[in-house]
Design a protein around this ligand. Structure first.
Ligand code: SF4
Length: 360
């Protein structure tokens, strides 16, 4: 992208109308482009044949249909998991993962390049923070996943074939969305826009490391999207060792903010809990987690716990909990009355699973 070119995915519909006006084009042309971007998901100026050839040329000269450059595309799980490594104009990496199931299709999107939060079990954290992504750079990832899904459907012979449109958008890729709140939220509103891509609010999930101001802000947000919180430990000492953010927002403050969120929204929160062998996977720790989420003398927190067996990250001395330890932890948590499930992992073979995104 040259410095004179704009990324059309950075524009709202009114923004596109204004931009077309600077080209001397009427508003209805902007609406046509918006439809190409979000309804038809056209990935090429030449395919927009309802525009004259000179206009297509003018648009191609002055704008980019996305500014993420594809670097490496990988497939795993027999083509059902697809990962794209992109680079930003300065070479910084961004990754996106599409997971296709018989009845749903989920894209895991990055909100930053690298991440400043430095969770010890996560490959992205080891990159450090490189960039906040713009709304357009976040949205482009979703449109790529749509084209991959269409490609998969065109070749699929198995029945039933997967859905014709993504069913879920999860902000669990590189980065901490609440650290880039405004740009990330703009991407949510754009993707939700009924005049365009029209993704239902309940089909979005944002995952946070536990940034309390972001949780409280989301509690007042106008769209009822889902919230997942990376908890990973039930005591401050263990959590601070795993996640430096805990020193800023310790567990008590995090749980209080979560309670405010569930009381205001009446929506259930998911807690993510990565299981590390002999670090946070003892049954006593499950019991402590149970007390935290279902405290005596107070109403239980409206929540669900996702247990995630840790995925290997090179260069860390951490171990993966074996199946017996996972099941023992789950049983101890259930005994406290906390609903919990063990997440079935996708994409481990192509380093596309949780915590493995490292720009390689
Ligand atoms: S787990 Fe999430 S918040 Fe923590 S370092 Fe990795 S990407 Fe950042």
């Amino acid at each position: 992208m040259t410095s004179k070119q704009v990324n059309v995915y950075d524009f709202s519909l009114p923004g596109l109308v204004d931009w077309f006006a600077t080209l001397g084009e009427p508003a209805y042309r902007a609406k046509q482009l918006y439809r190409h971007l979000y309804v038809l998901r056209t990935g090429d100026w030449d395919a927009m044949t309802d525009f004259s050839k000179p206009l297509r040329q003018q648009l191609a000269d002055q704008a980019q249909l996305g500014c993420l450059k594809p670097v490496k595309r990988l497939e795993g799980d027999h083509g059902l998991t697809r990962k794209m490594l992109w680079s930003l104009p300065d070479g910084a990496p961004v990754e996106t993962v599409l997971m296709i199931y018989p009845d749903r299709a989920t894209v895991c999107v990055s909100s930053q390049s690298g991440c400043p939060m430095q969770c010890v079990f996560c490959a992205t954290g080891k990159l450090g923070f490189l960039h906040d992504l713009t709304p357009g750079e976040i949205i482009e990832q979703v449109m790529w996943a749509e084209r991959e899904l269409a490609d998969f459907r065109a070749q699929a012979t198995a029945s039933p074939s997967p859905p014709s449109k993504l069913t879920n958008i999860v902000f669990m890729g590189m980065g901490e969305p609440f650290n880039n709140y405004d740009q990330w939220w703009t991407s949510v509103e754009r993707l939700h826009d009924p005049a365009g891509y029209d993704m239902g609010a309940r089909n979005f999930t944002v995952s946070t490391v536990g940034l309390v101001p972001g949780i409280l802000r989301l509690a007042d947000a106008p769209l009822p999207i889902n919230l997942a919180i990376s908890l990973h430990a039930a005591d401050d000492e263990t959590r601070s060792e795993m996640m430096p953010v805990n020193k800023r927002y310790p567990i008590e403050e995090l749980i209080a903010a979560t309670r405010t969120y569930t009381e205001k929204t009446r929506r259930r929160v998911s807690f993510e809990y990565v299981l590390l062998k002999e670090k946070n996977d003892f049954p006593e720790q499950a019991a402590r987690l149970g007390q935290l989420l279902r405290p005596e003398g107070a109403p239980p927190l409206l929540c669900h716990v996702n247990l995630i067996p840790w995925n290997p990250v090179p260069g860390t001395p951490l171990g993966r909990s074996d199946r017996n330890r996972v099941l023992r932890f789950q049983a101890a948590l259930r005994a406290c009355g906390v609903p919990c499930t063990v997440r079935v992992e996708r994409g481990v073979d192509i380093a596309a699973a949780c915590g493995q995104l490292a720009g390689a």
